[in-house]
Design a binder for this molecule. Structure first.
Ligand SMILES: Cc1cc2nc3c(=O)[nH]c(=O)nc-3n(C[C@H](O)[C@H](O)[C@H](O)COP(=O)(O)O)c2cc1C
Length: 378
């Protein structure tokens, strides 16, 4: 009997050793994230920034995919993921592991959501998807404004169509996904609702929440759908279908432009309340070009990144104040640091998203924000 006990004790010791080794490796990798980020900014980013931005985007996709195929997913996860009960949020009935998400446009076709979640995002928004595949605007259509830490894009909803994305989403195990939907370029605004309804139906069983995108500046006339009457009609049509669902209806959010004036923002509040949608994403890219220093500033399209930060936060604050925080707001636009994220949360956002900051500040940004949030709590 005592021999058996000794064996058990040995087993325990072996287990402890292996467990401690595992913890040490995790700790090491976790610290390596910051070092890698410094290397990214000093060496890798300058090299990548010498090449065409759209090509670099797809090259990075391939690199991330390959790293995961080589079994490095758990290494990336150990480096970047930060899990803590105190980071969890419950917003529009959904449980988020942390409040930092990837904004729409990065993984339009739902090709990389699983791998991207290993970088520590609490949720990933795919899209904008349209019913039919479409090539988007002619290239070149994506520009870095390095001096301003910004991007101008006029991609024009290039995507492979919602049905193809659904095939990939079927494989999703546990990533919280937002489905951002829009209309095809060839669909006239009068028929826009049928496009949104098509994608809503196709994605319904595969996403956790929906985003109605009527705020992209790169589809001709799309922003006219932000006007009171057409917007109400569109959202009511979607909500009608949503309520018909036998199982739980899904949260529908509206993504708005930062270029709306105060009267238009008041209309948005009224529309959200009267249609009963779950909330708003503020904001999309801007047409404003004030205060830019880069030569690419006159390119047509939507501007994102640092110069958008202030206006996006103003819009969030306006909506939160004037709605008396009756609906949740997802804050996005110009988040390049933990402090920028906190600014959005303090202005009234319940969750935040980022895109341009991920490119300029490196993949450790998500963890930096979550770490900072934890520090603020304790
Ligand atoms: C290249 C690019 C493509 C984008 N595509 C979409 C899109 O398809 N749908 C959408 O709702 N927003 C799109 N966005 C806007 C972002 O989701 C986000 O609202 C905006 O960039 C502001 O955030 P940021 O300053 O963190 O980038 C895109 C942004 C960029 C830079």
């Amino acid at each position: 009997m005592s021999v058996k006990l000794a064996e058990y004790a040995m087993c325990d010791k072996e287990y402890d050793k292996r467990y401690l080794k595992k913890i040490n490796v995790s700790l090491l990798l976790s610290n390596f994230a910051e070092q890698y980020n410094r290397m990214y900014k000093k060496f890798l980013r300058p090299v990548l920034f010498k090449f065409d931005p759209e090509k670099v985007h797809y090259f990075s996709f391939k690199m991330i995919k390959t790293a995961h195929k080589l079994g490095l997913g758990s290494v990336i996860k150990s480096m970047y993921k930060l899990e803590d009960k105190q980071l969890e949020r419950e917003v529009f009935g959904l449980k988020f592991k942390n409040p930092v998400g990837l904004a729409a446009g990065f993984d339009k076709d739902a090709r990389l959501y699983s791998e991207l979640s290993n970088f520590g995002f609490g949720f990933i928004e795919i899209g904008t998807l349209t019913p039919k595949p479409q090539p988007g605007n002619p290239k070149k259509r994506l520009f870095r404004l390095k001096k301003d830490k910004a991007i101008i894009n006029r991609m024009g909803f290039n995507n492979g169509g919602v049905d193809e994305a659904v095939k990939r989403l079927r494989k999703n195990k546990n990533v919280l996904i937002g489905g951002n939907i829009g209309k095809n370029k060839t669909t006239p605004n009068e028929d826009a609702a049928s496009d949104y309804l098509y994608s809503f139906k196709a994605l319904f069983d595969h996403v956790d929440y929906f985003v109605v995108n009527v705020s992209s500046p790169n589809t001709p006339n799309l922003r006219a759908l932000q006007e009171k009457e057409p917007l109400k009609k569109l959202l009511n049509a979607l909500m009608e279908k949503n309520r018909e669902r036998v199982h739980k209806a899904k949260p529908i959010l509206l993504k708005i432009a930062p270029d709306l004036n105060n009267d238009q923002l008041l209309d948005i509040i009224e529309i959200i309340e009267s249609t009963g949608i779950a909330g708003v994403i503020a904001t999309n890219t801007t047409l404003d070009r004030t205060g830019l220093n880069s030569v690419q500033k006159n390119e047509q399209g939507g501007l994102s990144g640092k110069p958008l930060r202030k206006r996006a936060t103003e819009v969030i604050r306006f909506l939160a104040t004037h709605s008396k925080t009756k609906f949740p707001i997802v804050g996005v636009g110009g988040i390049h640091s933990a402090q920028d994220a906190v600014e959005k949360l303090e202005a009234g956002a319940s969750l935040v998203q980022l895109y341009t900051g991920f490119i300029y500040e490196g993949p450790a940004l998500i963890k930096q924000i979550n770490k900072y949030l934890l520090k603020q709590i304790s």
